[in-house]
Ligand binder design. Structure first.
Ligand SMILES: *[C@@H]1O[C@H](CO)[C@@H](O)[C@H](O)[C@H]1NC(C)=O
Ligand SMILES: *[C@@H]1O[C@H](CO)[C@@H](O)[C@H](O)[C@H]1NC(C)=O
Length: 392
């Protein structure tokens, strides 16, 4: 009897919480935009965004723009590269008024569960390649193929990431492509990252979407995509996190389209800003969220991550692809995923990373290829199809 009463109360309480939350959100919506891609974008006053529900941000005063512009620190070579501006489809259907930010409306609560996303911080062995017979993934259920810069204090990192599509076999699996900055001990690190993802668990479909992600404990208790948990402060009224981006590169490899992601620490506030397309400041992770990352990042990673309970499993490996679903190759017609124009901020200057290593958890399934000879600017190719005859 007592037990039933308790669970009934709990149900009523939960129901009220859901109703209250829903009406709270709705009362803040200034405008709603229905996008052709199926998303609904709500324009929310910038001071009412989810970030401010975070206990550490009670007294946070919002920073509207970075106090410096590290994108100006371009080398001559970089000035020759045309800016490729990747768009979001919802922008065709409307825009958010000044003082508001576009937030993608999430339909499912399950997104929070599927949004945990480990990565890793330290690698001592160079070129660590794990054989399938002796498989030890760096993080359970994750398979990575990345380029890693280590050995300096990093205050920013950027790269041009090819934009494409990769198959995700099951709804509880995902594939991401990103620039990450990481600090702290193995399995208890702080990480911030941004790039594109196919993630049906979080987004409810298999479109290529822009994301940001952060964690302060190796994704054990914290960590989420976009604005699905309080933390990231958005300032842009033009870009919606989690919204699809286009054009996607054609699979034949002609005219690949890229997104330029640049994450950098503001020297005055210590907030970590995300700049998109060398044009839009999307927003920032406030310094209050972090310990180690208040100072600097200890490593930078560029590349791909496949999340599945069936990575490292032979037979029965997942067929979820990494990158563009192809093994890495600099030949354009292979259609491989790549990151180009990799840069880091060291000693206040934007420079190509020195001392980089490639790393792949399962080189038969997803590979990493760093090309530094015969090219003016080093290039990183990565990815793979998942299950096939090489990856049984
Ligand atoms: C916010 O300010 C109040 C009043 O000064 C203070 O008591 C509280 O600890 C502050 N909260 C945070 C998270 O800094
Ligand atoms: C990894 O997959 C196993 C096996 O399905 C599951 O029990 C576990 O919760 C997963 N661990 C993480 C950290 O996602």
């Amino acid at each position: 009897m007592g037990f039933k009463w308790k669970s009934l109360m709990l149900t009523i309480f939960t129901f009220l919480m859901v109703v209250c939350n829903a009406s709270l959100i709705n009362s803040n919506v200034v405008r709603s935009i229905k996008s052709e891609d199926g998303d609904v974008i709500d324009c929310i006053p910038i001071h009412k965004q989810p970030a401010f529900d975070h206990p550490a941000l009670q007294n946070h005063s919002i920073q509207m723009r970075p106090s410096n512009d590290p994108t100006m620190a371009k080398t001559e070579r970089e000035e020759e590269v045309p800016n490729i501006v990747v768009k979001q489809l919802w922008q065709k259907s409307g825009s958010c008024p000044q003082g508001t930010i576009p937030i993608r409306r999430t339909q499912t609560k399950e997104g929070h569960i599927a949004s945990k996303k480990p990565s890793f911080s330290h690698l001592n062995d160079k070129e660590k390649m794990v054989d399938n017979n002796d498989l030890e993934l760096l993080q359970l259920n994750h398979s990575l193929a990345v380029l890693i810069a280590q050995g300096f204090a990093y205050y920013g990192a950027k790269g041009d990431i090819k934009l494409c599509y990769a198959q995700v076999e099951r709804d509880d699996e995902y594939t991401t492509n990103q620039v990450s900055l990481i600090t702290g001990p193995f399995r208890n690190y702080e990480a911030i990252e941004s790039g594109w993802a196919v993630n049906p668990g979080v987004y409810g479909d298999r479109q290529t979407r822009l994301f940001v992600y952060w964690t302060v404990d190796g994704s054990v208790n914290t960590g989420c995509f976009d604005l699905t948990c309080p933390g990231f402060v958005q300032t842009s009224s033009d870009i919606a996190l989690g919204a699809p981006i286009y054009p996607i590169s054609d699979p034949e490899g002609n005219d690949p389209s890229v997104i330029t992601i640049f994450i950098h620490k503001d020297p005055e506030t210590n907030n970590w800003w995300v700049n998109y397309g060398e044009e839009v400041n999307i927003g920032y992770w406030p310094a209050e969220l972090f310990n180690g990352l208040c100072f600097h990042a200890e490593s930078v990673q560029w590349g791909g991550d496949v999340y599945s309970k069936r990575v490292g499993m032979h037979p029965g490996h997942t067929a979820t692809g990494m990158g563009c679903g192809q093994y890495p190759s600099p030949e354009p017609f292979f259609g491989s995923a790549f990151v180009k124009r990799m840069r880091v901020i060291q000693n206040k200057v934007l420079v190509p990373p020195a001392f980089v290593n490639t790393y792949a958890d399962e080189y038969r399934c997803y590979r990493a290829l760093y090309l530094s000879d015969y090219v003016e600017d080093p290039e990183f190719y990565y990815g793979g199809p998942g299950r096939n005859f090489l990856c049984p």
